[in-house]
Structures are given as C-alpha cells and as structure tokens.
Design a protein around this ligand. Structure first.
Ligand SMILES: Cc1ncc(C[n+]2csc(CCOP(=O)(O)OP(=O)(O)O)c2C)c(N)n1
Ligand SMILES: [Mg+2]
Length: 336
C-alpha cells in the first residue's frame, strides 16, 4: 500500500530546512525554531497584553464521556494499529505503548482544548509524551484524532519518513517536543506552563511520564520548580505499570509511595485506574488555567494492556510480534 502524504519532506526546523547561524552569530540566539508563532489579532480580538482565553475547541468530550464504550472502541482501534505498526517496522516498546493508550484516549477525546486543523494555535492545550519510547501510541492517537492521514502510520520508523521511533519537534502535526531521553518532559512542560502565565494565555499543559522515568533527578527538579511557581495549569500523569526496561520498578529503586512524594514536593496528587478513561478525563478536565498547585495523577496501568499474552509480561518491552501474533492480537481486540 502506498501511503498518502509526503514522507521524506524535511520537518520545519530540521537541518535540511535551514540551519542556524554559524561563527560569531552562532553565539547570538537567532534560532527561532522553537518559538511560538506570533498571534494574529483579528478585529475584535483582545489587545496584546490582555488575558487570552482559547475558544472552546471541539474535543468530543461530551459524546465520548456519556458512553464509556466509545472510549473503549477507540482504544482498541489504536492498540490494534500499534501492534501492526510494531510488526511492520520491527520496532520494540509495544508493551510500553499499550500501557498508556487509555490515558491518551481520555486526554485527546475527553480533555484537551485542541483543534487538529490548527495544531500550532497559541491557545491550544499542550500534551507532551515524555515517555517518548511509546510514540506509536501517540502517532496512532493523533492520526485518528484528525491531525494527519492514518495512512502515514504504515511508514512508521521507515527511513526517510517523518515518523521516527523517538519523536522530534514538529515531525508531525501535534508532536510538541523531542522526547525519548527520559526525564525531560516535565521540565519542558513546566516551562510551557510558565510561558502561558507570562503571556496571559489560558492554556493547560499535560505531561505523560512513565514510572521508571521518575527515577530521574530532573523530574524532581522540575517538580520543585513547578510547585514553587504555583503552576496550577500543569498536570503530569504517571503511567505506573510497575515495570521498567529490565525489572520491576520497585526492584530498581524505591519509587513508592509516589503520590506522597509529589505531595511532599508541593503538588496535589491523586491515584486512579489508568484504564478508566472516563475517570481520567474527569480528573484531568478539572485542571485550571490559573495559578495553584500542579497536579500529579498516578495512573495504575498494566504494561501490554489489551492483548492477553502481552499483559504484564515485560518481554514485550523489547519483543516484536510475528504475523501470527498480530492476527491473534487483532482477534482479541475485536478488529480481525
Ligand atoms: C535517560 C534515559 N535512560 C535510559 C533510557 C532507555 N530506556 C528506554 S525505556 C526505559 C525504561 C522503561 O521503563 P518505564 O520508564 O517505566 O517505561 P515503560 O516502558 O514501563 O512504560 C529505559 C531505561 C532512556 N530512554 N532514557
Ligand atoms: Mg514502567
């Protein structure tokens, strides 16, 4: 199948699309690749400097929230596609991606004030997948949410395409930042949340981390910063599946009690079932635009969720499914 789109086109800001200044000029920060696009003030819009509230972006929350079945159907569709993507690309981290699908479905269909046709809208809510190794879950979510043609998912991790195994900023519409090196998403999110306050833009920032990622010192530096600056417009969701790459999280470091740790760092903290999108959406929708304590949602999940022979089996951190295993998974997910 030939996917639509233009794989191979350099992403905005990639070296091929124009490189930063060199020599003396390189010491001057002229690189504006990661700046927000300027706001265009239409007649009747608030004057620069006044508080700006985003439009009520269509998010489908009303429809999906009424009926948990719809969340479940979308989650199964995403999971099935991810299993096929892993097989086609020979790419690992499938268990990690399956673990966080219900969190993504809750966020993208039940919480975020976004418009897929305007992925760079300065007033959009931001979502950062800090556990970047689970990128197949985000790509599939963005595609089915309308950010780009789902046909592009078929070239996942193929050379010369814009769907790398670890995301880079702007590689596809809706991908906010580069992640993959664990421990950076929360700091990036805190910066965005602070920028929103300074610019008087009423958006929220959501950062999805993994439990193993919380071993990183940078997570706790960011947590202290966010609480000190009262970034109430910031929330993190920790995909707490109890596994890291090679062992149980509790065997690697004493990560628990995680909710209490966040509270000790000045955050609000709640524990939820990470496979209950309605509950997740309810909790995440309550995040305000204004100052206050940031929110940590400890989402208890199962690595490999949705495919019985992958659930809680950490071999699927690295394993790639065979064709027969894809068929078996699809049958279980009800899409065969
Ligand atoms: C800074 C850093 N160190 C090491 C790795 C390699 N690595 C990839 S996934 C992973 C751990 C996975 O466990 P967890 O963070 O809990 O994510 P899960 O796969 O369980 O969702 C590691 C160590 C990395 N991506 N970044
Ligand atoms: Mg984990």
């Amino acid at each position: 199948m030939t996917p639509p789109g233009t794989p191979g086109t350099p992403a905005p800001g990639s070296p091929a699309s124009g490189s930063p200044a060199s020599g003396n000029a390189a010491r001057v920060n002229k690189d504006t690749r990661f700046c927000e696009p300027p706001l265009n003030f239409a007649p009747g819009s608030p004057a620069p400097g006044s508080r700006q509230t985003g439009p009520a972006f269509p998010c489908g929350a009303e429809d999906m929230a009424k009926d948990g079945e719809q969340y479940a159907k979308m989650a199964s569709r995403i999971r099935a596609k991810m299993v096929a993507m892993s097989h086609a690309a020979g790419t690992p981290h499938l268990g990690s991606g399956l673990s966080c699908v219900d969190i993504l479905v809750a966020a993208y269909w039940g919480v975020l004030r976004i418009d897929p046709t305007r992925p760079s809208d300065p007033l959009r809510d931001r979502f950062i997948l800090s556990k970047g190794h689970a990128i197949s879950a985000l790509y599939a979510t963005l595609a089915y949410r309308g950010y780009f043609d789902p046909g592009l998912l078929d070239v996942f991790n193929k050379d010369g395409t814009n769907l790398p195994e670890q995301p880079s900023p702007g590689c596809l519409p809706g991908v906010e930042v580069a992640t993959g090196s664990l421990g950076h998403g929360l700091g990036l999110g805190a910066g965005m949340a602070l920028a929103g306050r300074i610019q008087k833009r009423d958006y929220r920032v959501y950062v999805l981390m993994s439990d193993g990622e919380c071993n990183e010192g940078s997570v706790w530096e960011s947590a202290m910063f966010a609480a000190a600056r009262q970034l109430g417009n910031l929330a993190t969701i920790v995909d707490f599946n109890g596994w890291q790459a090679t062992d149980r999280s509790r065997e690697v470091l004493a990560i628990e009690p995680l909710a209490e740790k966040f509270r000790a760092f000045g955050w609000e903290s709640v524990e939820v079932d990470g496979h209950d999108p309605r509950k997740l959406a309810e909790v995440l929708r309550a995040v305000p635009e204004g100052p206050g304590k940031p929110l940590a949602v400890i989402a208890h999940t199962v690595k490999g969720k949705g495919v019985s022979f992958m659930e809680d089996d950490n071999n699927w951190h690295y394993r790639v499914p065979s064709e027969a295993e894809v068929a078996k998974a699809w049958a279980e997910l009800g899409v065969a």
